[in-house]
Design a protein around this ligand. Sequence first.
Ligand code: SF4
Length: 200
Amino acid sequence: MNVISYIFGNNLYLNITNRCMMACPYCIKYKWANDFHGNDLKLEREPSAQDVIKAIGDPTKYGEIIFCGYGDALTRLEEVKEISGWVKENGGKVRINTAGLANKYYGKNILPQLKGIVDVLSISLNGTNPEEHNRINRPMFKEESFDEIIAFAKLAKDYINSVVITAVELPQLDVSKVERIAKEIGVQFRSRPYLDEKEN
Ligand code: SF4
């Protein structure tokens, strides 16, 4: 199966890539063999922007259209821009869930390219220092990643209306410390439950 989009709650989630800048052991890619509430999110091939637009249909039917990750959508920046631009033109609201490493990945500031076409940038920060972040998430830029994510979140405030740092309530992570970091940076914070069992 090639599940490009799926509904969860009031929102439509887009699954446009399985590539990611991190390899978190708790990711459902590894834990649940890509299965999210009956949706097999393993892509046999990455969909084109037009395939995704067709799969969305009417964006106003949903609270948010969310690029969500069993893969980081920002590895496909051009497609994200085309899809998000179309969603905004057609009255929808766009959120991107990301590992926060896109600027390091591309070697430049890509945030200006998202201005006006992304409403919410949700940046995952599961770690409170470089060493812990590297251990928990296995990012491709190793211990450099933590500072990169903090810099990305700070910079994002200049381009995106709503910037949120999220942390998963992992047993090995002090989520309250991540909340403090978010506050210091001046962005919102949201914790997410650790989906330890498939039934959750
Ligand atoms: S950042 Fe998200 S998509 Fe990427 S490996 Fe971690 S949990 Fe999976």
